[in-house]
Design a protein around this ligand. Structure first.
Ligand code: SAH
Length: 213
């Protein structure tokens, strides 16, 4: 049953090349041509079913958005939403985040969002975390100087690890909250965030800036 579900998901994902861009490496350095304007591009990595990025794209028409997701089983949900309600400032990519520097050129992405990334709690899996040193290097090769990374999570251990990795990498903290939902109003939430907030979990938030180091 599960196999069938995934097969259908992949078929849907692959049959909408206007939404999920095939061979994204071919557009490296030319994403603005696909959006047909020169607005800044914000990238969400591991966007899941796409609630956060779709809402951002609806509210901010002068920004282009790209959602990147490795799992077609959730990516397909975002595709279905966009078939129903197309958004010309949002495109999706079905790929592994560790390959982003094959997909984007230096300075092409103005902001990166990491929302509720997989915590990979075992230390032998630390290299898979989306805030490990290797991937921070990748992020900094696609962000311009002054570009930023925004991260939200309810996982204290992942948050502590990420703060340490940002500091070790020399990325200065611009904004920080140890209880985002107490500190800020009008938050655009993700699917996971809604679930965790309903359970009473605290949401941590940090924004770091690429200072070109
Ligand atoms: N951001 C969403 C989903 C969080 S779950 C939300 O907050 O609701 C983490 C997501 O990251 C999953 O959908 C998972 O498939 C995706 N992911 C994990 N590793 C990834 C990688 N290397 N590249 C792209 N996506 C990844």
């Amino acid at each position: 049953m599960r196999l069938r579900k995934v097969k259908n998901a992949l078929e849907t994902v692959n049959s909408h090349p206007e939404i999920v861009i095939p061979n994204p490496e071919e557009h490296r350095g030319k994403w603005n041509e696909l959006f047909k304007n020169n607005n800044p591009i914000y990238l969400e990595i591991g966007m899941g079913k796409g609630k956060f990025i779709t809402e951002h794209a609806k509210r901010n028409k002068d920004i282009n958005y790209i959602g990147l997701e490795i799992a077609e089983s959730v990516l397909v949900r975002a595709v279905e939403k966009l078939i129903e309600q197309p958004l010309d400032n949002l495109l999706l990519i079905h790929a592994d985040a560790f390959l982003i520097n094959n997909i984007f050129e230096k300075g092409e992405i103005s902001k990166i969002f990491l929302n509720f990334s997989d915590p990979w709690p075992k230390s032998r899996h630390a290299k898979r975390r989306l805030t490990c040193n290797t991937i921070l290097r990748n992020y900094c090769t696609i962000l311009p100087i002054e570009g930023s990374i925004e991260m939200k999570t309810d996982n204290r251990k992942l948050f502590e690890y990420s703060l340490q990795e940002f500091v070790k990498f020399g990325l200065p903290i611009e904004n920080l909250s140890l209880n985002l939902h107490e500190d800020k109003e009008d938050i655009i939430t993700t699917e996971y965030e809604d679930k965790f907030v309903a359970k009473g979990n605290v949401i941590y938030f940090v924004e770091v800036k690429n200072n070109g180091k």
